[in-house]
Design a binder for this molecule. Structure first.
Ligand SMILES: Nc1ncnc2c1ncn2[C@@H]1O[C@H](COP(=O)(O)OP(=O)(O)OP(=O)(O)O)[C@@H](O)[C@H]1O
Ligand SMILES: [Mg+2]
Length: 256
């Protein structure tokens, strides 16, 4: 089957003052429409680089990315990005932040307001619509980032460790909310994490990366029924096997 997001032999070498850094090599990846895929790997293995390339924010040195049948040449209107540090505008209220992408896309004001209200409702932020980002908790700010990313009805959400800076409890709560939103919107999700349990909780499929240059070292289907119980035998067995897939990479690997 042809994927909705396809990476064909993608490679990336950065030129830096201290010499060339080969961050990715020979990445072949297909995400089906509606699939939830986690990219799992240690720090510095090129996960963010790949996500940025798929988002059209960074160019590949080799190979190509195809989204919805079209080879990528800059950011695609079919995808939206959720960053780790939320990237909200501090001088805009929550509602204005959520509506921002639609304004940039030329959506009419009345439609913008209606869609923003719908997304605020979906992400449980209605009561905070007129607050500013600094008045929110970290978890709420990430929810604003997700609401904003969804306003343009993307076919795929590209998420780079969006819950990485949150405490475990808030992270768990937002993971459940994300699954609920994903199930209702049927978007494809490509989710970067270095958390094994996070990947097992969320993904249909986990793509494991080896360190620099980042390559795909394993692809694991997660067949556990949802909602998943991190204390179940199946969950723990899969986490353990993924840990073994990641741990050999620790030996002698340059991190970061
Ligand atoms: N703009 C850049 N210029 C030069 N090297 C870069 C640049 N961005 C990333 N790199 C290098 O590319 C490699 C991959 O970085 P990347 O940020 O993609 O890793 P990552 O898997 O997302 O790591 P982390 O889990 O820490 O976020 C690293 O060695 C990094 O130093
Ligand atoms: Mg990263």
């Amino acid at each position: 089957m042809t994927g909705f997001i396809e990476c064909r032999n993608v490679g990336k070498t950065y030129d830096s003052a201290s010499g060339a850094v080969e961050a990715l090599r020979g990445i072949n990846l297909d995400c089906a429409p509606g699939e939830f895929v986690c990219l799992l790997g240690l720090s510095g293995c090129g996960k963010s680089t790949l996500l940025q390339i798929i988002a059209g924010l960074e160019s590949a040195s080799d190979g190509a990315v195809v989204i919805g049948g079209h080879e990528l040449d800059g950011p695609s209107p079919l995808t939206s990005v959720v960053f780790q540090d939320h990237g909200l505008f501090p001088w805009m209220t929550v509602r204005k932040n959520v509506a921002f992408n639609m304004k940039a896309a030329g959506v009419k004001p009345a439609e913008r307001a209606a869609r923003a209200d719908e997304l605020l409702e979906m992400t449980g932020l209605t009561a905070f619509a007129d607050r500013y980002p600094h008045e929110l908790s970290g978890g709420m700010r990430q929810r604003v980032g997700i609401a904003r990313a969804l306003t343009t009805r993307p076919k795929a959400l590209l998420m780079d460790e969006p819950f990485g800076a949150l405490d475990a409890q808030t992270r768990g709560h937002l993971q459940e909310e994300l699954l609920r939103i994903w199930e209702s919107q049927r978007t494809t999700v490509l989710f970067v994490t270095h958390g094994i349990d996070e990947a097992v909780f969320l993904a249909d499929r986990i793509v494991v990366f080896s360190p620099r240059p980042g390559r795909i070292s394993a692809v694991v289907d997660v067949d556990l029924p949802r909602p998943r119980d991190p204390e179940s035998a199946g969950f723990m067995a899969l986490s353990r096997s993924l840990r073994h897939k990641l741990v050999p990479d620790l030996q002698g690997a340059p991190l970061g």
